[in-house]
Ligand binder design. Structure first.
Ligand SMILES: Nc1ncnc2c1ncn2[C@@H]1O[C@H](COP(=O)(O)OP(=O)(O)OP(=O)(O)O)[C@@H](O)[C@H]1O
Length: 339
């Protein structure tokens, strides 16, 4: 639907029909304190009854509200189209902490996973932050990030809806006191999922598969443990986010199954960057970006030999996992080969 067609629909249809096609219109209206939405009424009549001071409070003119609603609804729908339009991400080097040039041009294609490695404080999170804000030589590193080999216009950089980049950071703080089901349903609806119940069920199954301790749909999001909320956000990103770029800062402390998490996050052909100190995650990636003194020092492709080493690391990791499970359940440890 074009902007004109949507505007015409919003200004002529009954509110009940608008809400069926665009459930997020209710969120927009409740933001300007409209709680009662009679289904037979038209938008114009609803707004006529709105107290003038409310429109003033939000810096809106009443007559502009249908247009603002139209812009809002359009801004939350084009994500799908944008997702399909991203085929590569390019990082053009800036300078390290000493001001020396990075001399690097790194391109990642869809479906690629890159690990960002380096000592503590070297600048791994800074690189992810540069990508998150699609830096245009305007951050402390002077890096530039291109999408499909092109500069990114400001309206894409600062567009909060249908964002290009999804970031999973170390702290997942939920501010709203809603149940896991309500949280997932809200996301599924805002992404115009065709089958909300199915999407919610998929996310739940995925989150519980990743989390150590199972949780139900009725659990309040504020009551989830750190690992459970991380698992929920990973499932949400994997199944609902339209962002084609996923940035993950230190998944290792999350108490979840890291191998499975990477598998679900990469299944949709996204570009994934993971800042990590974990050998298992670093060697799982196809490339690793080595950061030193704030700059990209090297980009290394993972070799078949390293993949063979990875198989040994996975065995060690499995042993550690079993050991952890036994210790958690209060067991005594006698010998490693008994695990
Ligand atoms: N090229 C740069 N120029 C200037 N400052 C930088 C540069 N790179 C990183 N920094 C700064 O250095 C500090 C440490 O960087 P950052 O937090 O990214 O490290 P890190 O590798 O993620 O550390 P950790 O492993 O402890 O999480 C930050 O304040 C960051 O902004």
């Amino acid at each position: 639907m074009t902007e004109r067609e949507l505007y015409d629909f919003l200004t002529t249809a009954a509110l009940g029909d608008i809400l069926v096609r665009y459930p997020l219109a209710r969120d927009f209206l409740s933001n300007i304190r409209v709680r009662e939405i009679p289904p037979e009424m038209r938008l114009e009549a609803l707004l006529a009854a709105l107290d003038d001071t409310v429109a003033d409070e939000f810096g809106l003119r009443k007559e502009d509200i249908p247009y603002q609603l139209c812009r809002f609804l359009l801004s939350v729908t084009p994500g799908q189209a944008r997702e399909a339009s991203v085929s590569s991400l390019t990082i053009l080097g800036g300078r390290n902490k000493s001001g020396e040039a990075e001399n690097v041009t790194l391109t990642l294609a869809r479906g690629e996973v890159a690990a960002v490695v380096g000592p503590t404080g070297s600048g791994k999170s800074r690189l992810l932050a540069d990508i998150e804000c699609l830096a245009q030589r305007d951050t402390p590193t002077g890096r530039q990030v291109l999408v499909n080999g092109q500069e990114v216009p400001d309206e894409t950089r600062f567009d909060m809806d249908g964002k290009l980049v999804a970031q999973l950071s170390q702290n997942m703080n939920f501010v709203m006191d809603m149940s896991v089901r309500e949280f997932l349903e809200m996301h599924a609806r805002s992404r115009f999922s065709e089958d909300v119940d199915k999407t919610v069920a998929l996310c739940m199954a995925c989150a519980n598969n990743l989390a150590g301790e199972q949780f139900s749909c009725d659990t309040k999001v504020t009551q989830l443990s750190g690992g459970q909320s991380r698992a929920l956000m990973i499932a949400d990103t994997a199944y609902m986010s339209v962002s084609p770029l996923v940035l993950i800062d230190e998944i290792e402390n999350a108490g979840i199954d890291r191998k499975k998490a990477i598998r679900v996050l990469t299944k949709n052909d996204k570009i994934v960057l993971i800042a990590t100190h974990d050998p298992l995650l670093a060697l799982n990636a196809g490339k690793r970006i080595v950061i030193k003194n704030g700059g990209i020092f090297k980009v290394i492709e993972t070799t078949p030999e390293e993949k063979r080493v990875l198989a040994d690391i996975e065995k060690i990791d499995d042993t550690l996992l079993k050991l952890r499970t036994q210790l958690r359940s209060g067991a005594r440890i006698t010998a490693l080969d008994a695990l």
